[in-house]
Write a protein that binds this ligand. Structure first.
Ligand SMILES: NC(=O)c1ccc[n+]([C@@H]2O[C@H](COP(=O)([O-])OP(=O)(O)OC[C@H]3O[C@@H](n4cnc5c(N)ncnc54)[C@H](O)[C@@H]3O)[C@@H](O)[C@H]2O)c1
Ligand SMILES: [Zn+2]
Length: 375
């Protein structure tokens, strides 16, 4: 049965010559064929998706495309981060070429951030760059990874080290597909949503404090939260597409977060990315208070909200053993360029007042980690 699509919210990403729309609304998958055919007449499509998402949502997308006269081939990859690899990139690229798609045909990513990053990369390199459409199906992908054009895979040297900037032609965020996402994955994406409030939208943070239950439940509040997040990300991307300045603010919570992901061996059963970011954001606020940059009340308020929705906020919330402070600091410095013992961090002067701090002494970070670790 076809559900009725509600009126979507449109957020535009204002990149000169490559501007595109993000449409946000329930059951948008039903309108995907029509929206794509209108923007790229006569197009054919390769849908890249993972096994989980394929069994839940692929059929509706295929039906919508064929109703709009868009011929499509589906390429399924295994679910999980391991699919951001050379091997899976090869299968994906082979599938697109075997379907005899041309440069003006479209690669459609139907899935979470893994599928989005992998398919965007494939779209960016097959025939030197094909059309690309994102249909993100995880909350993280809807508020973060599907917007902004970063694509890529992992190598044995580290995460996301191989890729291209390749902007999509259209992003369709169907807020109803999130109903099938696990609560844990939803919460992880919620952490990235809160992040935009903490960076520079204090009113959005306040709104989330009041309305988060409705965001989890679905409906208009969820649509509003995703639209606000996309607007925030779109603004940053339009200002600084290639991260030469401001875009770094989007890394709030990520320096600590990445170190924790590395320290837990990227084992999703212990910590998923958004959980690392939640702990990282709480730590960034506490650290800012300790450096007398912000009031400890703001740090407490951020922590209270994250805890209320069920996100972790402390190093002791990570299940299993964590390495000591020195070792955690090593993970942090591996993640970034270190100049004379100084680190770049996203710190804050209070809720919604984040800034790029370029010369944070690593000795301060070390002593902060020491007091933050469980004894
Ligand atoms: N390109 C960027 O700017 C950017 C930004 C942030 C993160 N990322 C990347 O995004 C990836 C993480 O994305 P993610 O958290 O979406 O992970 P993911 O793609 O692995 O999805 C998480 C899990 O949810 C499942 N899933 C997705 N949608 C579902 C749905 N509607 N119903 C049921 N299950 C569903 C997936 O199959 C998977 O098992 C990482 O690789 C990260 O590097 C990229
Ligand atoms: Zn993130």
């Amino acid at each position: 049965m076809n559900a009725v699509a509600d009126t979507p919210v449109t957020v535009s990403v204002g990149l000169e010559g490559r501007a595109y729309d993000i449409l946000i609304g329930a059951n948008l998958i039903e309108k995907a064929g029509e929206e794509i055919a209108r923007r790229i007449p006569g197009v054919r499509a390769a849908i890249i998706t993972d096994d989980n998402v394929a069994s839940l949502h692929l059929k509706r997308l295929e039906d919508s495309l064929s109703a709009a006269g868009v011929e499509s081939t589906a390429i399924k990859v295994p679910a999980g981060e391991q699919s951001k690899s050379f091997e899976v990139l090869q299968t994906t690229v082979d599938g697109i070429l075997a379907a005899r798609l041309e440069r003006r045909d479209v690669v459609i990513a139907l899935g979470g951030g893994v599928v989005g990053d992998l398919s965007g990369f494939a779209a960016g390199i097959v025939r030197r760059g094909m059309e690309f459409v994102q249909i993100p199906t995880s909350l993280l992908a809807q508020v973060d990874s599907s917007v902004g054009g970063k694509t890529g895979i992992n190598t044995r040297h580290g995460k996301n080290l191989l890729g291209v900037f390749h902007q999509p032609k259209l992003v369709l965020a169907d807020t109803a597909v999130l109903d099938t996402l696990s609560e844990r994955e939803f919460r992880a994406g919620y952490a990235e949503t809160v992040k935009y409030g903490l960076i520079d939208r204090p009113a959005f943070f306040e709104w989330l404090e009041v309305n988060w239950r409705n965001v989890f439940a679905g409906g208009q509040a969820r649509k509003h939260a995703i639209a606000e997040a996309c607007k925030a990300k779109a603004e940053v991307v339009a200002r600084d597409e290639r991260e030469s300045g401001d875009r770094a603010l989007l890394n709030l919570g990520h320096t600590f977060g990445h170190a924790l992901e590395a320290a837990t061996g990227y084992d999703g059963s212990r910590l998923v990315h958004g959980e690392g970011v939640a702990i990282g954001m709480a730590l960034a606020h506490r650290f800012s208070a300790r450096m007398n940059l912000a009031s400890p009340d703001d740090a407490a308020r951020v922590e209270a909200h994250l805890r209320e929705v069920g996100l972790p906020t402390k190093l002791s919330d990570v299940p299993g053993e964590l390495p000591g402070a020195e070792q955690l600091l090593n993970f942090i410095t591996q993640d970034k360029k270190v100049s004379r013992g100084a680190l770049t961090f996203i710190l804050t002067r209070g809720i919604g007042q984040s800034f790029i701090a370029k010369d944070v002494p690593s000795s301060e970070v070390l002593s902060f980690l020491e007091i933050s670790l469980p004894r």
